[in-house]
Design a protein around this ligand. Structure first.
Ligand code: SF4
Length: 321
């Protein structure tokens, strides 16, 4: 049979990631290095290394940023306490939280004000979940998948709402919601999808290529939630094998044994140059025939963080002005 590659579309960087990367680049341009970034701006090795080479310094917490400097918050969002800690240290901040994550934060605040118990479906320890939970820690409890539903305890079963992390598997989340509804028939749903358009579209595209592929290569980093979900969705769609690879050099020849059709996609934090490298590598190994499989078209773009329009250096030098 003819060897072929099915290339998923859409794939790769979403509007939130593009905005976050551009925010770091713009801050470096406006203020010169170093510019500090709390945590990985997006979960991708290549992006982080490229920005480090340009003068970004990545830190775990704001207490590692020398006083009077600029710190950027990542696309995953932060809890209000992180903003407070930065203010206490006199840091100027640029908030690159994706607007679709901010939307979930606002929902959490609103339901907490209405005294709901909020069941946040998401992955324990993920930065986005920590940030969202921090908006209303007294009201939010995490539900890490359908198997975690039996651990949920609420004060009033008639006043419960679910929200979710933006990068989950759509199908698994619906399974969790069904299990929650079995326990709490009055469970309220969020006014619109929390799982973002980019996650949904990339999962839809990988489902289409997964159904026909012997192997699906998902370009992306291991700590990226949406990339790991793409591997799971590809396997659930029927792919015989699916692998996460940071770049072309990480592909193992053994994965290609008895493979004819290879699906290729990438997560929402992955620049397309890495996918092009993988396609070049595959062409060199006999997979030259590339067919694009389009599940959706995207035209969303977000405006830059508002802080980039202010003179932040002046602010740190004259904090009271
Ligand atoms: Fe925003 Fe979705 Fe991209 Fe996350 S994956 S940065 S929520 S658009």
């Amino acid at each position: 049979m003819t060897r072929r590659v099915l290339l998923a579309s859409p794939r790769g960087c979403c509007a939130g990631v593009d905005r976050a990367i551009a925010a770091v680049e713009e801050a470096l341009e406006q203020y010169g290095p170093p510019v500090y970034v709390r945590r990985e701006i997006v979960h991708n090795k290549y992006v982080v290394q490229t920005l480090q080479n340009k003068g970004a310094i990545f830190v775990d917490e704001t207490d590692k940023v020398p006083e009077g400097n600029i710190v950027i918050f990542s696309a995953h969002g932060v809890a209000p306490t992180v903003h407070e800690q930065a203010a206490q240290r006199g840091l100027a901040t640029i908030d690159a939280t994706c607007p679709l994550v901010t939307k979930v934060h606002k929902e959490a605040v609103r339901y907490a004000q209405q005294d709901y118990d909020i069941l946040l479906i998401g992955h324990k320890g993920h930065e986005e979940v920590i940030g969202t939970s921090g908006e209303a820690p007294q009201h939010i409890q995490l539900v890490d998948g359908p198997d975690d539903v039996h651990n949920v305890r609420v004060r009033d079963p008639e006043k419960v709402v679910w929200l979710s992390q933006t990068t989950l598997s759509v199908d698994e989340t619906m399974e969790t919601v069904r299990a929650l509804k079995d326990r709490y028939p009055h469970l309220l749903s969020p006014p619109s999808d929390d799982i973002c358009y980019a996650t949904q579209n990339r999962q839809q595209a990988v489902k289409q290529i997964g159904a026909e592929a012997d192997l699906v290569l998902v370009v992306g980093s291991r700590n990226s939630s949406n990339c790991r979900r793409l591997v799971e969705v590809a396997l659930a769609a029927g792919a015989r094998d699916a692998r996460l690879t940071d770049c072309a050099e990480d592909i193992d020849d053994a994965w290609l044994k008895d493979v004819t059709t290879i699906g290729v996609t990438s997560g929402a934090s992955v620049p397309d140059i890495l996918v092009q490298d993988v396609l070049t590598w595959l062409a060199q190994h006999g997979w030259e025939d590339v067919e694009t499989v389009t599940a959706a078209t995207e035209s969303i773009a977000f405006s830059p963080p508002k802080e980039l329009r202010q003179n932040l250096r002046a602010k740190t030098e004259h904090p009271d002005e």
